[in-house]
Design a protein around this ligand. Structure first.
Ligand code: ZN
Ligand code: ZN
Length: 297
């Protein structure tokens, strides 16, 4: 799963199964824009694509560095793979272990615009959910009003946009507040896989605009879901409902539900929708614009 952050031309990648880089090449996304990679846990379907992807980013050139977030063994897995294959990356990578942040509910990363948190999940091995919150944004800038008042475009517009006071060469004084609409709340998304139902997933998903949650099994397989540390459609939908998220996207389906089988992907979707109506099934190359409350229509 890739999060595109257009205002800074960055891509953040969540897990990296086999074939991820080939899917990248088939998309309109650029490998060189990947700046952060978040790994949920060390099962092969979430990490086997990573050494190859990192090597390809190196060959493509022009990466200034990548931050890797994940469980502790991630560092030895990557360093071991690179060392054993005599690969050397042409850019720096920095590892960030997430266990402590998850246990102590500390912020994993923060800057002026965004904040990242993580939380422990319940799976056969340590597994972690990630939440990205955009901070509240200033209101929309009324460019027409600025033009009507013959305020020269350029740096003055960006000062007004930040709500600052400006004095023009002709002596007129303007306050940015008069040109901006009400502040816009930031957007948020949560990535939650692999896990069985856990309160911790509800907690980290609370009020998020978009929740991406695994749903390996159909409702009737809940016994197997508990045994294998995975979720059913019902569990994922309950997390979404209890956390009051805007939209739920289900992913990580067992191959037993491929179209044509007794239980089809559409059956999975209907099971979840019965509990949380604003649900979609993930598929390759699905694009979603995260919106406030994220009502897909
Ligand atoms: Zn797993
Ligand atoms: Zn998995």
């Amino acid at each position: 799963m890739t999060l595109k952050i257009p205002q800074r031309s960055e891509l953040w990648l969540f897990d990296c199964g086999e074939g991820t880089q080939h899917q990248f090449l088939r998309s309109n996304l650029k490998l060189s824009q990947i700046k952060k990679i978040f790994i949920s846990h060390m099962h092969g379907d979430h990490i086997y694509g990573l050494p190859g992807l990192l090597a390809s980013i190196g060959l493509a050139g022009c990466s200034s560095g990548i931050d890797l977030y994940g469980p502790e063994p991630l560092q030895s897995f990557i360093n071991g793979s690179l060392y054993s294959s005599s690969s050397r990356l042409s850019y720096p990578i920095k590892f960030h272990k997430v266990e402590k942040s998850a246990a102590q509910k500390e912020i994993l990363f923060e800057d002026d615009e965004l904040q990242i948190k993580c939380a422990p999940l319940i799976h056969r091995i340590p597994s972690f959910a990630y939440r990205i919150d955009q901070k509240d944004r200033t209101g929309r800038f009324n460019i027409d009003k600025a033009r009507e008042l013959n305020i020269p475009a350029g740096p003055i517009y960006s000062s007004l946009q930040k709500g600052e006071k400006v004095t023009l060469e002709d002596g007129r004084v303007f306050s940015g507040k008069d040109f901006c609409g009400p502040p816009r709340p930031g957007l948020s998304m949560v990535y939650c896989t692999d896990t069985v139902f856990t309160e911790s997933a509800i907690e980290i998903s609370r009020g998020a605009d978009l929740l991406i949650h695994e749903s390996t099994f159909a409702h009737k397989e809940s016994q197997m879901a508990y045994e294998k540390g995975h979720s059913t459609t019902t569990m994922a939908a309950q997390i979404a409902a209890e956390a009051c998220v805007g939209q739920l996207v289900l992913t990580h389906f067992s191959p037993r539900y491929a179209p044509g089988n007794e239980t089809s992907p559409n059956d999975l979707l209907n099971e979840a929708k019965a509990i949380f109506p604003n649900t979609l099934l993930a598929k390759d190359f699905l694009q979603i614009d995260i919106k406030q409350g994220c009502n897909s229509s």
